[in-house]
Design a protein around this ligand. Structure first.
Ligand code: AHM
Ligand code: MG
Length: 342
C-alpha cells in the first residue's frame, strides 16, 4: 500500500519563507541561522559516533570556568566558530569555551551586523554516558559601527536578541528557535540530512507538573527555594500535586522536556554559588527568549532574565524558567522567604 507522504518543510525553506518577519530582512539573519544549522549537523554526526571513536574523555585542558573540557566540546566549539567565521554574517563570537570574544574580520561581506553568543556543547559531563546534550545560541545586532565586533557589543539586555535557539542531541536531534515571532522546532531526519519542521508554534503549558532542580544541593538552597520544592512535593488533588521531579543535568534537555510537557527548571543561588551556575549570555538569555515566546516565563527569582544588563561575558545568574504559573509561584516563595538572596 502506498502511504501518501506528508509535505515536508525543511529548516532552510522555513527560514526563507519567514524572512519577511525578521527585523532587518535582508537575508543576513537567514544565512546566519543556516550556518548554525549546518554546523549543528556536523556536531550531531560526531556526537552520534562518540561511542565508536576515540573522541571521548578529557581533552586535557580546563575551560575559563575551571571545568574540565571534553574533546567533543572542543570539536563543537571549532565547528561553530568555523561556520560563523566563514559564513560572512557574524562579526564576533562569545563562546563558553573561550575566555575572550572571537572578533571576526569579515572578508566576504565587509562589516557583518550580527554577534553570536554560544554554548557549543552544554551538559558535556553527560557525553560519555549517552545522555542528551545540546547547543545554545543567541544572536544580537552589533552596537559598534564597523570592523570586527567588540566585547561591549555583547553587553546588551536579553530583550535585544534578534534570534535565539538550541539544538538537542538526544533520542532524536532537534533544533528549536525563535526570532521573536513564536517558537518552532525542527527534527533532524538523518536519512535526508535535513532538519524538518515537526513542532510548529510551540507553546509551553501554563500549569506544568514537573519540577527540575538538583535536589542534592537542597541543604544549600535559599529558604525560598526549599519552600517551593516542598510545595511541589505536597499532596493536593486540585493542583495535581505532588509534581514529578525530573532532572537530567543537561540544561537543554531539561528545558526542552518542560517546554513540551510543562514544568519549571531551577538553578538557584546556593551557599556555594551565590549567583547560581548558569551563564546569562549563552545559556539563560536564549532559553528565556524562547520560554517567553512560547508563553512561559524566566526569572532570576525576582527580575525578568531578559531585563538583566550583563557586565561580563561569562556572568552567571540564578534561573527559574518554564511554565508561567510555576515560575510565579517560585518567585512568590523567593520574595517571601529569601528576599535578600536574589
Ligand atoms: P556546562 O556548561 O559545564 O555543561 O554546565 C551546565 C550544565 C547544565 O547543562 C545543567 O543544567 C547544569 O550544568 C547541571 O549542573 P549540576 O550538575 O550542578 O546540577
Ligand atoms: Mg554550558
Amino acid at each position: 500500500m502506498n502511504i501518501p507522504r506528508k509535505h515536508i518543510t525543511t529548516l532552510g525553506q522555513f527560514i526563507i519563507e519567514r524572512q519577511a518577519e525578521f527585523p532587518y530582512a535582508k537575508g543576513e539573519l537567514s544565512r546566519l541561522l543556516r550556518d548554525i544549522g549546518i554546523a549543528s549537523k556536523v556536531v550531531n554526526r560526531e556526537v552520534n559516533k562518540a561511542g565508536l571513536v576515540d573522541i571521548l574523555g578529557d581533552a586535557g585542558s580546563v575551560n575559563v570556568q575551571g571545568e574540565s573540557v571534553k574533546k567533543l566540546d572542543v570539536f563543537a566549539n571549532e565547528q561553530f566558530i568555523a561556520a560563523l567565521s566563514s559564513g560572512g554574517e557574524c562579526c564576533a563570537i562569545a563562546s563558553e569555551e573561550n575566555e575572550e570574544i572571537i572578533p571576526i574580520q569579515n572578508k566576504v561581506s565587509g562589516d557583518a551586523k550580527y554577534i553570536v553568543a554560544i554554548d557549543p556543547l552544554d551538559g558535556s559531563s553527560n557525553i560519555d554516558v549517552n545522555v542528551s546534550i545540546g547547543t545554545i545560541f543567541s544572536i544580537y545586532r552589533r552596537k559598534s559601527g564597523s570592523g570586527p565586533g567588540r566585547e561591549e557589543d555583547f553587553f546588551q539586555e536579553g530583550t535585544q536578541q534578534v534570534a535565539a535557539g538550541y539544538v538537542t542531541y538526544g533520542s532524536s536531534t532537534m533544533l528549536v528557535y525563535t526570532t521573536g515571532h513564536g517558537v518552532n522546532g525542527f527534527t533532524l531526519d538523518p536519512s535526508i540530512g535535513e532538519f524538518c519542521l515537526s513542532h510548529q508554534a510551540m507553546q509551553i503549558p501554563k500549569h506544568g507538573k514537573i519540577y527540575s532542580i538538583n535536589e542534592g544541593n537542597y541543604s544549600r538552597f535559599p529558604e525560598g527555594v526549599k519552600k517551593f520544592v516542598r510545595y511541589c512535593q505536597e499532596e493536593e488533588t486540585s493542583s495535581g500535586r505532588p509534581f514529578s521531579s525530573r532532572y537530567i543535568g543537561s540544561l537543554v534537555a531539561d528545558f526542552h522536556r518542560n517546554l513540551i510537557k510543562g514544568g519549571i527548571f531551577i538553578y538557584p543561588p546556593t551557599a556555594k554559588t551565590p549567583r547560581g551556575k548558569l551563564r546569562l549570555l549563552y545559556e539563560c538569555n536564549p532559553l528565556a527568549f524562547i520560554a517567553e515566546q512560547a508563553g512561559g516565563k524566566a526569572s532570576d527569582g525576582s527580575k525578568r532574565i531578559l531585563s538583566l544588563h550583563p557586565a561580563a561575558l561569562h556572568e552567571r545568574t540564578p534561573l527559574f524558567i518554564g511554565s508561567e504559573e510555576l515560575v510565579k509561584k517560585a518567585e512568590e516563595c523567593m520574595q517571601k522567604y529569601s528576599p535578600v538572596a536574589v
